[in-house]
Design a protein around this ligand. Structure first.
Ligand code: SF4
Length: 694
């Protein structure tokens, strides 16, 4: 029995794990966490939570926390603890030296979706106004950048259309490429509740996820497609809807560009897009596609949830637009119980995108080449700004390998573990002359760093996170930063050492600046958040109380845009050498690269990544349950324990990427989405063979 004592102080704050954004009361005894209590007034969770937010907070006090800045000349040197002044001054002088020697564009940085929106705003501001270029990107590059691109093409806004509560009025739930039970558990529970009340479920997933069949829930249709064929399946659903006269023509005429619709309808109606034709390569029986299409179009309010199983493909953006087409064609937008809902991965990935963490966009998704917008920021920040888009994350690694990109500031991301094709990432990081990593721990990326700046956990700072339903919620400091500074303060120190003259004394001032410069945040302030608890952007003069449901009267871009979504097979093909397709995902107890959850009690439930393999594929390879297997792809190889299960279809294998030693991303390839460079984590051709272990 552990005596945890009575709390002495507390604050209501927001979970730092997934994009659901559950609210908790953090109860503290001095600098110790007594417990995290799910907050009944939390608008995203209504008092619910999962085992990550509720129990996996021990990492904040873990002995592995970096508590002193460190520097080293070469990455083979040992780390040397130094003062904050020396570390910041060294980092700034290195960035200045590199720019003087190699040019303005030779440095850049990556913002963190784990940090607050104010912190990501400051990092992009530092890069734009301190480095003088747009070489800033965020981990959304590797997860939901296709959502940003695809939804803004279709609707004019790069975000989900609904609030989570809206599912209570859904009659049909279509889930594509996501597993909310594990990855977004509180939303998963909301969906389950609605399904138990009688809503019908369609699941499009290569794997039989728990939602397909669980107590009291059975999907009406499970479409177990071959990885990489999303576009074909969604277009075939549209084919049935168009050919069988199930289009909501009144909605389309009123709300969408009708000429584009006609062109699109003619395209999807072509025989090559029929369920019978695509069955040949998707592996999904045509009658299931026909049944699912009829249910989605005629079953009442139909809502779509999708995740990284949609976006992390070479056609990720195309699938997002195909999903938007489906919702527009059936009129399932602009009211409760319908919509298109991307389940964003990280706690603040929506916020980091909103804050201009992309190389082509200022905060509020405004292109850097727009003279009027640039002038607005130039006037506010007092420096000329670059109108050319900068480098995306993979292009930074390419440029580093090519010798033209030499310095990088990475805040709160472990890109060496999270990004695909680790060999290429290592080569890029290894070629840098100055890598500054700001993190809670000495992560994998820090192996290549020259300066390590201690990060602060969500319990050590004030700010906001923005969840997958665009809800802006406060993060409140309940303990002092372990190394003395919150992340926004460190960025300010670095910016000022580079010659900026920032004088923020509290994150509320940063939010005030965001509100001044970003029309969708114009009405947001800490005062408002204190008063109302949270607000869903856009929050401005037109919608002072925010907007739970978007596109009620019209789309942000005017008329909704139907885009022709031609299926183009990925270059990653199974063949004699690599006959199986590997796809990846997450499990409930762990989180992404596991930097936090592995340092909590949750690690006992999933101590390693394992390879799920179908009984037939295991048998022909002589693999038994629990055996070591070698997983080889054209990018690399790793060794995992085998788990034999018919949750995966024959010829498909599955694993997670929570543990660095398992090195899942050694085997993933450098294929990426045609529009956004989002990596194709979900399709890797592999061979699996018995092994004696790593
Ligand atoms: Fe945190 Fe997501 Fe779990 Fe909620 S569902 S407690 S936000 S990890």
């Amino acid at each position: 029995v552990v005596e945890i004592g009575q709390p002495e102080h507390s604050a209501v704050t927001t979970c730092a794990y997934c994009g659901v954004g559950c609210t908790f009361k953090a109860e503290m005894r001095g600098e110790e966490i007594v417990r995290m209590v799910p907050w009944k007034d939390g608008k995203a969770n209504h008092g619910h939570s999962c085992i990550k937010g509720r129990f996996a907070y021990g990492y904040a006090l873990h002995r592995d926390r970096v508590t002193s800045p460190m520097i080293r000349e070469k990455i083979t040197d040992p780390w040397r603890e130094v003062s904050w002044e020396e570390a910041i001054s060294h980092a700034a002088s290195e960035f200045k030296r590199i720019q003087a020697k190699y040019g303005r564009l030779a440095v850049g940085g990556i913002t963190s979706s784990r940090c607050t929106s104010e912190e990501t705003f400051l990092v992009q501001k530092l890069i734009r106004s301190g480095f003088g270029n747009n070489n800033v990107d965020t981990c959304a590059r590797v997860c939901h950048s296709p959502t940003g691109y695809g939804l803004s093409q279709a609707f004019g806004t790069s975000a989900g259309t609904q609030d989570f509560d809206s599912v209570a009025e859904a009659d049909v739930v279509l889930i594509i490429g996501c597993n909310p039970t594990d990855a977004h558990p509180v939303v998963g529970a909301q969906i389950k509740r609605r399904l138990r009340e009688g809503a019908k479920l369609i699941v499009v997933d290569p794997r039989r996820t728990e939602l397909v069949r669980s107590p009291h829930i059975e999907a009406a249709f499970h479409l177990p497609l071959r990885p990489g064929t999303n576009v074909a399946i969604v277009t075939a659903l549209a084919h049935v809807i168009v050919k069988e006269g199930l289009v909501n023509v009144a909605f389309v005429r009123e709300r969408c560009d009708f000429d584009e619709y006609l062109e699109w309808a003619a395209f999807v109606a072509e025989e090559r897009n029929s369920p019978e034709q695509i069955e040949k390569f998707t592996g999904v029986p045509a009658h299931l596609v026909r049944g699912a299409a009829r249910l989605y179009a005629t079953g009442g309010n139909a809502t779509i949830y999708y995740g990284l199983g949609v976006t992390e493909h070479s056609q990720g953006s195309t699938t997002v637009m195909a999903i938007a087409n489906l919702a527009m064609a059936t009129g399932n937008l602009g009211r409760r119980g319908v919509g298109v809902n991307p389940l964003r991965g990280q706690n603040n990935v929506q916020g980091s995108c909103d804050m201009g963490s992309f190389p082509h966009e200022f905060p509020g998704y405004r292109h850097v080449s727009d003279d009027n917008v640039r002038e607005l920021f130039e006037e506010a920040w007092g420096v000329p700004l670059d109108g050319e888009p900068g480098l995306r994350i993979p292009n930074m690694f390419d440029a580093a390998v090519d010798g033209v990109f030499k310095g990088m500031y990475v805040q709160g991301e472990d890109i060496l573990q999270s990004d695909p094709d680790i060999k290429h990432v290592s080569a890029g990081l290894g070629a840098l002359e100055c890598l500054v990593v700001q993190d809670l721990f000495l992560n994998e990326t820090a192996n290549y760093a020259h300066v390590l700046l201690p990060g602060a956990s969500f319990l050590e700072k004030d700010g906001v996170f923005i969840n997958a339903e665009r809800r802006i919620q406060r993060v409140r400091r309940v303990m002092s930063p372990k190394a003395g500074y919150a992340d926004w303060e460190v960025t300010q120190l670095l910016a000022n050492a580079l010659g900026c003259n920032w004088t923020y004394t509290h994150p509320s001032q940063i939010m005030d600046e965001i509100a001044r410069l970003t029309p969708t945040f114009k009405g947001v302030s800490y005062e408002k958040l204190e008063r109302d608890g949270s607000v869903q952007w856009p929050c401005n003069d037109a919608t002072p109380e925010g907007m739970p449901i978007m596109h009620i009267d019209g789309f942000a871009r005017g008329k909704g845009k139907f885009v022709i979504t031609e299926y183009v097979p990925t270059e990653e093909r199974a063949g004699p050498r690599f006959p199986l397709l590997l796809t990846t995902g997450r499990i409930l107890s762990q989180y992404n690269v596991g930097a936090q959850t592995r340092r909590t009690e949750n690690s006992q439930w999933h101590p390693e990544d394992v390879l799920e393999i179908h009984p037939h594929d295991a048998e022909v390879r002589g693999v038994r349950e629990g055996d070591w297997v070698r997983v080889q792809s054209r990018a690399g190889e790793t060794t995992l324990h085998a788990k034999i299960t018919d949750r995966v279809a024959p010829s498909v294998v599955y694993t997670t990427f929570h543990h660095p030693l398992c090195q899942t991303n050694v085997v993933t390839t450098d294929n990426s989405d045609w529009a956004t460079n989002c990596p194709e984590y979900k399709v890797t051709a592999v061979q699996v063979s018995p092994s004696n272990g790593p």
